[in-house]
Write a protein that binds this ligand. Structure first.
Ligand SMILES: *Cc1c(COP(=O)(O)O)cnc(C)c1O
Length: 329
């Protein structure tokens, strides 16, 4: 694979570690984790890798301000704010909805990192983003648009390179399981596995959208990534593995399954997963293990994509009111 210009924002390689107690508790296949919650940039997460390439492009194009958008507790927005701070750029974040109560979780961090917040309110988020971008352009702020989730082919290519990083650390696992949303992470992993002939199955657990929507997006992005790194490939949406059975009550609405996953990870491994993304993907992984989806001889790598600041968001405080699992029993 050709490498692309990047600036350094992440501590790489991120660690790979066995999840022995969780594997034993579930009495299923062997579980491992790749810890992209430890990329290091202001609490880390999967957007840091993408931003290494997007920031190089922004700086190359002479940008003065990064603009992006997301949900209230967007990890992508928080990491973009941190990357902007480090690169000496301004940052404007367009967040869905209205501010609720005191800033908490990622919103608090966005503010600490110096980002300007624009609340979309009743406006459609795409429209609010467009208006914000145009206003910044008129004001001479030299805005650069970072796509939703950092998931252009350029951002997502970071996860193709991350597959190469993984293969230097560990034998190719049978499966990689992780939360999928804008599809960039999945597209990068799918492209990387194809280009490196790793033979690993890439299974995204959808946190919000129907499988077919994500499959189409991932297949398109994966072929764009391959072209970008100089090796054309086609991807059939049907071959992209997405499980949309764990969406529950919808994006960001955590329930008993997420809580159990958060508690099991915390109490058995000392690892924190979050209520929106990694807790939902972990709940999906546990559900599939318990349902006999994997073979007992499989090696399964849970790619931890970060998101832990959402644990401290006001919106999730009630989730932890009562302890639910006792792994000692
Ligand atoms: C953004 C995000 C994801 C989803 O990654 P995509 O590349 O948008 O599919 C997963 N986990 C966390 C913690 C995230 O912040």
């Amino acid at each position: 694979m050709n490498t692309l210009p990047k600036i350094s924002l992440a501590y790489l390689p991120t660690p790979v570690e066995p999840l022995d107690k969780l594997s034993a508790f579930l009495a299923g296949p062997r579980l491992f984790s790749k810890r992209d919650d430890m990329t290091g940039l202001a609490f880390g997460g999967n957007k840091t890798r993408k931003l290494e390439y997007l920031l190089a492009d922004a700086l190359e194009s002479g940008a003065g301000t990064l603009i992006t958008a997301g949900a209230v507790q967007s990890n992508h927005c928080r990491q973009t704010a941190a990357a902007a701070a480090k690169a000496g750029l301004k940052c404007i974040l367009v967040l869905a909805g209205e501010p609720l109560g005191a800033p908490s979780g990622n919103v608090l961090l966005d503010l600490l990192l110096g980002a300007e917040l624009v609340w979309a309110g009743s406006r459609d988020r795409d429209k609010a983003l467009k208006e914000t971008f145009e206003a910044a352009e008129e004001a001479g702020a030299r805005p650069y648009l970072i796509p939703y989730g950092g998931s252009s082919a350029l951002g997502a290519a970071a996860y193709a390179f991350a597959v190469a990083e993984l293969l230097e650390q560990a034998p190719a696992p049978d499966w990689i399981v992780f939360p999928t949303s804008s599809g960039g992470t999945q597209a990068g992993l799918v492209a990387g596995v194809r280009l490196l002939a790793a033979g690993t199955q890439i299974l995204g657990i959808s946190v919000d959208e129907p499988a077919i929507t994500i499959q189409n997006r991932v297949a398109g992005l994966a072929s764009e990534i391959c072209s970008l790194v100089g090796d054309s490939q086609d991807f059939d949406p049907q071959s992209i593995l997405v499980n949309d059975k764990f969406i529950g009550a919808g994006y960001g609405i955590a329930g008993p399954l997420e809580r159990e996953a958060i508690e099991l990870f915390a109490r058995l491994e000392g690892i924190l997963v979050d209520p929106v993304y990694t807790g939902r993907a972990a709940a999906g992984l546990f559900g599939l293990v318990r349902g006999g989806f994997f073979s007992s001889s499989d090696d399964i790598l849970f790619w931890h994509t970060g998101g832990t600041p959402a644990l401290f968001a006001e919106a999730y405080q009630e989730l932890y009111n009562e302890a639910q699992v006792d792994p000692a029993n």
